[in-house]
Design a protein around this ligand. Sequence first.
Ligand code: 3PG
Length: 196
Amino acid sequence: MTMQSLMARSPVIPVVRIETASRAPALARALLAGGVSVIEVTLRTAAALEAVAAIARDVPDMAVGAGTVTAPDQVQQAQDAGARFLVSPGYADAVNAAAERAALPLLPGVATATELMRAQADGFKQLKFFPAVPSGGIAALEAFAGPFPALRFCPTGGVHSGNYLDFLQLANVPCVGGSWLTPVETIESGDWAHIE
Ligand code: 3PG
């Protein structure tokens, strides 16, 4: 699986913070039932790696990735858990190198033209634009399209049900990411119908 095919698989990538790993397979099934077949589990909770493993084991149709990868040792942990891709909020050579060694697709985060130039020079074509809304939102993505016509973005950070369709109108935005699909309290209450 490539980052390009992952981004084509779902126009919305839910960014999930999960506190209880045993809830992860039901969450993944609800998202699948709702038409979303990619999930990013952020490595921000003690349960995150176990949640990745549970989804990889129990819901094979869901492409599960690990997000908030900020240090190279998290790459191996995510791969061991069964993550099929990685997302980082920023652009770090050590994380990029670890992902390359692991042969896992990585969506690194960028927010400035200088970071876009570095990423492009390193061979990345798919990037997370983070934090999207505070970094200029749609106007910034339109401005990036001029000097960087080959780059594609997954804007994340401040994207929600009220603005995601506007982002998806852009030619350089095949998908968006965000936490609005999977509120922590909805996961904890097990309201899978709401998630779906
Ligand atoms: C992320 O890690 O991508 C963000 O926390 C998601 O941002 P959001 O909560 O504004 O969707």
